[in-house]
Design a protein around this ligand. Structure first.
Ligand code: A2H
Length: 257
């Protein structure tokens, strides 16, 4: 757990098509008519965005769609995050919380979004057990190549799609993408360490905490980018450059909490 304030990067995943449940919930809402809606995911590893394969929500978490200072752009996240942005006067907040719709996480499953920098042209919204309402935006972008938590959740979904109420085609074709080379765990650090430590599920919390720590340190201090504008650069060097690039292209906004 983080002790001090965290500098997150909020990635804007544009909604390409809502799930049928979300469409039904939003039917007749004039406030969203003709607007671009972004699911906003807080990350500490903006340099891994090339490896996004899906987006996670908590099925029981409450989300809202909020106005921003751009008249044509709305943000989908928790109300807590919207309040935080407003309180800090963080761009693109308007400085006050203006909610135009309510949604529950399970309604969003199967929504298609555009994940900036990902090799996949569109990815799906899927469930993860460990998404906390009290951290970030309640939306987590998934990078199974470099996040053991994400990889373990994806493995669960592939094994038991019915149990998680998802379609297999929302995740099975979206294999982890090698994006960072690390000396200890190779090009697919999270799958490698999960295999080594025999982690089979997102329920293996103790093991996952250890894996997350090991992969994070190896990736940050010794990793080299394999892909994109900053290929061949060390992760430490590429991280602020990719963060700034995403902010400049308006695919991300800074966020602190
Ligand atoms: B990270 P910290 Cl590749 N609930 O992004 C649970 N987890 C959340 C969350 C929430 N509400 N909001 C953000 N997160 C995740 C990428 C990543 C992340 C990689 C590797 C490690 C990693 C892709 N997922 O995090 O407790 C987000 O996942 C491990 C530290 O504030 C975010 O960064 O330190 C990270 O947890 C923030 O965790």
């Amino acid at each position: 757990e983080a002790v001090g304030p965290q500098d997150y990067t909020c990635i804007k995943l544009k909604v390409l098509e809502f799930s049928s449940e979300a469409k039904a919930a939003l039917a007749g809402n004039m406030e969203i008519e003709g607007k671009k809606i972004f699911m906003v995911a807080a990350t500490l590893r903006p340099e891994t965005m090339y490896g996004q394969t899906n987006c996670f929500v908590g099925v029981d978490l409450k989300y809202g769609i909020f106005k921003t200072n751009k008249p044509d752009e709305l943000f989908l996240m928790t109300e807590r995050a919207a309040r935080n942005m407003a309180f800090q006067k963080l761009s693109p907040s308007t400085g006050e919380v203006a909610k135009v719709a309510d949604l529950v996480g399970h309604q969003l499953l199967g929504t298609q979004v555009k994940a900036p920098l990902s090799s996949y042209p569109s990815v799906y919204v899927l469930p993860m057990d460990g998404v906390l309402a009290t951290k970030g935006t309640g939306v987590v972008t998934s990078v199974p190549s470099d996040s053991p938590d994400d990889y373990a959740a994806v493995m669960d979904l592939k094994k038991k799609p019915d149990y998680f109420k998802i379609q297999p085609e929302w995740i099975v074709p979206y294999e982890p993408i090698p994006i960072i080379s690390t000396p200890t765990y190779g090009n697919l650090a999270a799958p490698t360490i999960c295999a080594q430590m025999k982690i089979n599920s997102q329920k293996d919390k103790t093991q996952l905490a250890l894996a997350k720590d090991a992969v994070y340190k190896d990736g940050f201090y010794n990793g080299v980018l394999l892909i994109g504008e900053y290929a061949n650069k060390p992760v430490q060097e590429a991280k602020p450059l990719i963060r700034q690039m995403l902010i400049d292209t308006q695919d991300a906004v800074p966020y602190n909490e």
